[in-house]
Design a binder for this molecule. Sequence first.
Ligand SMILES: *Cc1c(COP(=O)(O)O)cnc(C)c1O
Ligand SMILES: [Zn+2]
Length: 429
Amino acid sequence: MVATSTPTATLSHLQCKECGAQYPLAAMHVCELCFGPLEVKYDLAAIRAQVTRETIERGPHSIWRYRAFLPVESEQPIDLGTGMTPLIRAERLGRRLGLRNLWIKNDAVNMPTLSFKDRVVSVALTRAKELGFTTVGCASTGNLANSTAAIAAHAGLECCVFIPADLEAGKILGTLVYRPTVMAVKGNYDQVNRLCSEVANSQGWGFVNINLRPYYSEGSKTLGFEVAEQLGWQLPDCIVAPLASGSLFTKIHKGFREFVQAGLVADKPVQCHGAQAQGCAPIAQAFAEGRDFIAPVKPHTIAKSIAIGNPADGVYALDLARKTGGQIAAVSDPEIIAGIQILAETEGIFTETAGGTTVAVLEKLAKNGHIDPDALTVVYITGNGLKTQEAVQGAIGEPLTIEPQLGSFARAWERSQTLERLEWQEVLV
Ligand SMILES: *Cc1c(COP(=O)(O)O)cnc(C)c1O
Ligand SMILES: [Zn+2]
């Protein structure tokens, strides 16, 4: 099934990123001539004529305030309050890492399912409805399943999601509760993804990250738009973001560029750094070895939400880091756990393994001098720690169990203070 539609004022066509061939705005994602990925193109002059800082500020308190930059036609997109998450000044984490102008974009509290995926799914499912799909699905590393199931439920769409069978319990439960059909595939994400390409063709369903991918991926631009608006209509000097397929990373930058082209912010270079887990680091490895192709790997890491061994946008992520003077670095599973802890204890934000990866990479780059201590740096926290509790279980201590008596409390308090002093002494020697 290839449904099409006529372009609106700001929406133009699909275009191959490799050969430039143009296509109608249908449910398709690869070029028929060269198999390159397709991307949505807009009429930027029309956007420029319609959009100002004031029209955006008057818009809804969600990603849909940037609707002119998103690939939908509907006047009533699916809106569960997705986006406009807090951008906070991270003074205590900054002091710990020696960074004097550090900010956190906190998508751990994005609505409705507490990860950045709600952005891409809101866009993809709005487009799915416009194209006439009644059943939607996804190939997921966890968060995408949560998001697709929840937003499909709200939109009244039939939903069938595919996940690797070994996902965290919180991710599975947080999908099942919305009552989709859940297929737990005995294999890794890359195998799930291949199966879903076949299902999309055989069933004629709309898969948010396969045949709807050109629309889906545009949703990530809102992480660029919001940061620019929340910084008082300016771009940061430097960003650090996690990489799975590499799409989020490249689209944040695309968002910055479109704001410059639309005359909403002043142009300036933004250094783009990417974060991966060592147990699944095909993009970081290519970066380190100076290659411009990705050698697929078999994932083995606690950072399951970003464990994609054969990343669809890997080469574009590599290219972006290189051309902006950024790095793509990887950290070990223990470093990821430490990253989760340091963010929690300095800033009061509990992130999942992807966020731990990003914070650990931020720390590494700060220590190695790859980030200027005075640069306006934004670190993207993309998911919530309550969904991956098993990652930190056993690594964060236990509560002190006491009797309901003052004496019992006093003894336990005294013991805990002594323990803390001992820990400090260990740090000092
Ligand atoms: C999916 C995901 C990412 C990365 O997404 P890509 O666009 O595929 O690179 C990052 N963080 C979290 C928490 C995710 O779920
Ligand atoms: Zn092409």
